[in-house]
Ligand binder design. Sequence first.
Ligand SMILES: Cc1cc2nc3c(=O)[nH]c(=O)nc-3n(C[C@H](O)[C@H](O)[C@H](O)COP(=O)(O)OP(=O)(O)OC[C@H]3O[C@@H](n4cnc5c(N)ncnc54)[C@H](O)[C@@H]3O)c2cc1C
Length: 271
Amino acid sequence: LVATGGASYQQTGSKGDGYRLAGRLGHSIIPPQPALVPLVVREGWVHALQGVALENVVLSVKSGGKVRQSGEMLFTHFGLSGPAVLNLSSYLTKSFSFPLELSIDLRPELAEDELIVLMRQKIKQNPARSLKNTLNGFYPLRLVPVILVQAGVDGSKQGAQVSRWELERLVKVQKNLTLSVSATRPLNEAMVTSGGISTKEINPSTLESKMIKGLFFAGEVIDVDALTGGYNLQIAFSTGYLSGLSAGKLLVQCNKGITQGIKYNVTIKKT
Ligand SMILES: Cc1cc2nc3c(=O)[nH]c(=O)nc-3n(C[C@H](O)[C@H](O)[C@H](O)COP(=O)(O)OP(=O)(O)OC[C@H]3O[C@@H](n4cnc5c(N)ncnc54)[C@H](O)[C@@H]3O)c2cc1C
């Protein structure tokens, strides 16, 4: 029963041995690649945001296909991480090519015109307050200068002096903060490895190899992976249970056969 995991986080002992073993026995291996992995971005300004976490954002990629994820994200010294980013990455490594443009909607609950109305209300409440301080009420402090620079608006201006054009620019950036993603972090930093032993060659009712009697597979070594939320652990638990049960049943059958005088020929082929 091969349950050697994937090939990421190799310090845990999972180094892809199962792929090599199954490959030598004739199984097809879908090339392992990172899934649930942080993203590397080109923009230097992310470095200043290291450690800033955002909740309830929507991330989308539109170049070469369309994919979006919502939830929490985190800026890191190299780019982006956090649950929404990790989930997005699993789609990107499978169906997209890098570099690609990623858009962050910082206020997905509001349409552009609603956000303009909200900003006008905030400015009206305190027209003498600087634009920077007005925005500080909306976002983490370190993110505000980034929004202002991207919008090309002077944050020291009093709210009352902000033109309609400037307000529209600010709203556009909040709804569509774009970043250029150059790559994912390496496989070893992925929470999960996608790819692995082809499911086409495994009996789904028993998890026994369709090619070699008595060979079973469980967990991440199989070509299955899922988004964050405990689903990968569930895959490991469920496939572990089923393959263990199936292997046990086969052993019982074999033992019965032996007591009834049936001979089993096992050939071990050196490869
Ligand atoms: C940092 C991190 C956080 C994660 N968080 C989550 C989460 O929140 N939710 C979720 O669903 N999933 C999460 N995962 C993924 C989840 O842990 C894995 O998908 C799951 O553990 C896979 O189980 P497995 O038994 O197939 O493989 P593993 O858990 O990798 O176990 C394989 C075992 O086989 C051993 N082994 C490997 N090769 C050999 C060999 N040749 N001989 C003997 N032993 C060998 C390894 O040492 C290891 O103990 C996370 C993973 C990481 C790295």
